[in-house]
Structures are given as C-alpha cells and as structure tokens.
Design a protein around this ligand. Structure first.
Ligand SMILES: Cc1cc2nc3c(=O)[nH]c(=O)nc-3n(C[C@H](O)[C@H](O)[C@H](O)COP(=O)(O)O)c2cc1C
Length: 350
C-alpha cells in the first residue's frame, strides 16, 4: 500500500498530463490463430524490475510491507516463464547495463527522468537471430503510465515488422495506461494483438492458470500437447552409413523430441576423441528439460553437447559434464557405432 500511495503522490506532480488509462486499440482485428506453431519461432521477451536492480540483502526476498522494494521473481518475470512452459519458445530477459535502484522512490525517480528525456537505456545484450521469430510475446510492467524505457531500447534494436506480437503486462492501479500506444509507436509494422494479458501486481504471483489459459486461447498449446502425446509414443531412430547400423531409443526430453522432429536427416559423421562419433543437426536442440548425460562406463549413450551443438554417439565409456545432455541409448548395433563413417542417414523407426 505504501508503494501505491507513494507512487500516486509522485504521479500527480510529475504526470499532470494525466495520461488516459484507456487503451487506444489500433489493432481491432483478431489475429489469425496459428495452431500448430513451431516453438522455434516463438520469442518471449520481457522486462522486469527484479532482474534489473541491485538486489538488497537476501536476494530481494524482502518482506513487502516492511521494505517496499524490488522482489524476485518479478511480476512480469513469472508470467514470462509460464508462457515459455506453455509454448516452448525462447525466453529473453531484457536487462540494462546500469541496474535500477532497488529502493522504490529512487527507482521511480530514475524511471521518471528516463521517461521525461525519452531515453533509451543501454542493454546488456540483444537476442540472437531476431529474424527467426514470427511470434513475439512481449512483457513489461506499467512504469509511469507507460513502459520502462529499456523496453523501447529493445524494440528499437529489433525489427518486428510483420511479426505477431502478444503483450502481457503487470501493473499497480493504473492498468495498461499508455503502454500499448507507446509500443505501437515503436513497432508500427508489427501485428499487435488486442488480446492482451494484464494483471494487478498483487495477483501476478497466483496467475499461472490465467496466463496459461490466455496462451492456449491464442492458439499456442503445442508444447504441452506434444509432451502429453509424446509420453505415450516411443521414439526410436536408426543411424546408418549404408553398411553399419545402430538403433537408439530416445528419451522424452525436449532436445530428443526436437531431434526426432527433424528426421530424416542426411549428414556427415565425424570422429572425436577415442570414444565418440558426432554429427551436427541443422538446428540447436533446446535442453531446458533434458537430463544431463551422467557417466556411462560402456558406451551406447546418445548425447548432445550444447556448447558446440553436436550430437554425440559414444561407443566407449565417458565422463559426463554440465553441458552434455542425454538424448537416448542404443538398443541395437552398439558395436557398429565405432565403424560409422562418411555420410549417415538418421531416420525414425516406425
Ligand atoms: C518505476 C516504477 C513505475 C511504476 N509506475 C506505475 C504506473 O504508472 N502505474 C501502475 O499501475 N503501476 C506502476 N508501477 C508498478 C508496477 O507496474 C507493478 O508493480 C508491476 O507488477 C511490476 O512488475 P515487475 O515486478 O515485473 O517489475 C510502477 C513501478 C515502478 C518500479
């Protein structure tokens, strides 16, 4: 409450413009629902104070009443994670190089200055390959009746023309206020849906079901639907160079499912060290829910080495590490792995 009162009193003096709290919907039409969207094409980018502040002692898990300061996880950070779970998209936290104060009044003041000068605070990093996304979930808190200026820095750095943009916002008593207008102005050629998710700061932590229902309503439910389907389906693949053949049973991880969806593949196989044959799939595999490969004394493990993006077929023992993820295990032809050479074909076994 102290926060709201403090914010309101500051707002009255600094924002005599009394910006309208009504959203000017410039995109009245419903977007086409992209049922069957591929998770590779979805970006979830968001800004949250908690990830842009010098956190106080105890990582910001301070009592909100005694210390009205930033807390983790942020009210926008949490929904962003739930959207990621439901869509399988790529999560990106927009972070400034110069963090905001964790003190409420000091943060308000800096945010107000930045808004007044139409600043574009410097960001730590940008997304890789923005062109690969066709859908962008964009999350932000209402700051001073609008958006945190780093959100505009992010939009300035990326061309979202023609991309479907879905907004989600958390706020105090002010609702969406001018935020949608500001975003529309920043990316005039993006297709911004008028189906926006917004929730009050106190409701944010318990809004998981609402967030996921919203995502489903928009037509994105592939990640969870696929997971349920795949739980019952065995994913077996064969790898052959024409003479030698090995079959693997894949696990149900996101990385294994993604590899399976790419099949059939024809690629070169390479030797590495004294116990590995490797090949490079055409795209990176997502490892968030994929188990680490552990250690295998005998070989037969199919793994993914995330830093290099190659799939590894072990034919002898190895020691696992924190970047090596398990995709599955050989069920036949383990002895042939070491003989694989040249071009291999990888196919699903029906
Ligand atoms: C600098 C600053 C300005 C804010 N301005 C507003 C505002 O104008 N209207 C409003 O309703 N809430 C405002 N809030 C409250 C936040 O929108 C709200 O707490 C939100 O849930 C924070 O999300 P986060 O935890 O992910 O940063 C402001 C918060 C901060 C820190």
């Amino acid at each position: 409450m102290r926060r709201i009162i403090s914010f309101l009193s500051a707002a009255i003096t600094a924002f005599s413009l009394a910006a309208s709290s009504q959203v000017d919907m410039q995109h009245e039409e419903e977007l086409p629902i992209s049922e069957g969207s591929v998770s590779d094409n979805i970006l979830i980018a968001y800004f949250s104070w908690a990830e842009n502040a010098v956190l106080p002692e105890g990582d910001g898990e301070a009592d909100a009443v005694s210390s009205p300061s930033v807390r983790v996880p942020g009210n926008v950070q949490q929904p962003a994670g739930w959207i990621q779970e439901e869509t399988g998209g790529d999560l990106f936290s927009i972070r400034v190089t110069e963090p905001y104060p964790s003190d409420w009044d000091a943060c308000l003041e800096r945010a107000n200055e930045e808004r007044g000068s139409n600043a574009r605070p410097e960001l730590q990093e940008n997304i890789r390959d923005p062109e690969r996304y066709d859908t962008v979930f964009l999350g932000y808190p209402n700051w001073w009746y609008g958006v945190p200026m780093p959100l505009l820095s992010f939009l300035d750095q990326n061309d979202f023309s023609g991309k479907n943009v879905y907004l989600f916002c958390s706020h105090g008593t002010g609702g969406l206020a001018n935020s949608v207008d500001l975003i529309t102005e920043a990316v005039p050629d993006a297709i911004i849906s008028d189906n926006i998710f917004d929730c009050c700061e106190e409701d944010a932590p318990s809004s998981e079901d609402d967030v996921k229902s919203w995502v489903n309503e928009l037509g994105f439910f592939i990640a969870s639907a696929n997971q349920n389907e795949q739980e019952e389906v065995s994913m077996r693949i064969s790898v052959t160079d024409g003479e030698n053949k090995v079959e693997y049973e894949l696990n149900n991880s996101g990385a294994a499912r993604t590899l399976y969806e790419m099949l059939p593949l024809t690629v070169g196989v390479e030797d590495f060290s004294t116990n590995e044959k490797t090949f490079y799939p055409p795209k990176e595999l997502p490892c968030e829910d994929t188990p680490l490969a552990g250690t295998d004394a005998e070989g037969g493990t199919l793994a993914y080495y995330e830093p290099w993006g190659d799939v590894v077929m072990f034919y002898a023992g190895y020691n696992g590490n924190s970047s090596l993820y398990e995709l599955g295990h050989a069920v036949s032809g383990t002895d042939s792995i070491s003989s694989l050479s040249g071009t291999i074909t990888i196919e699903a076994v029906e």
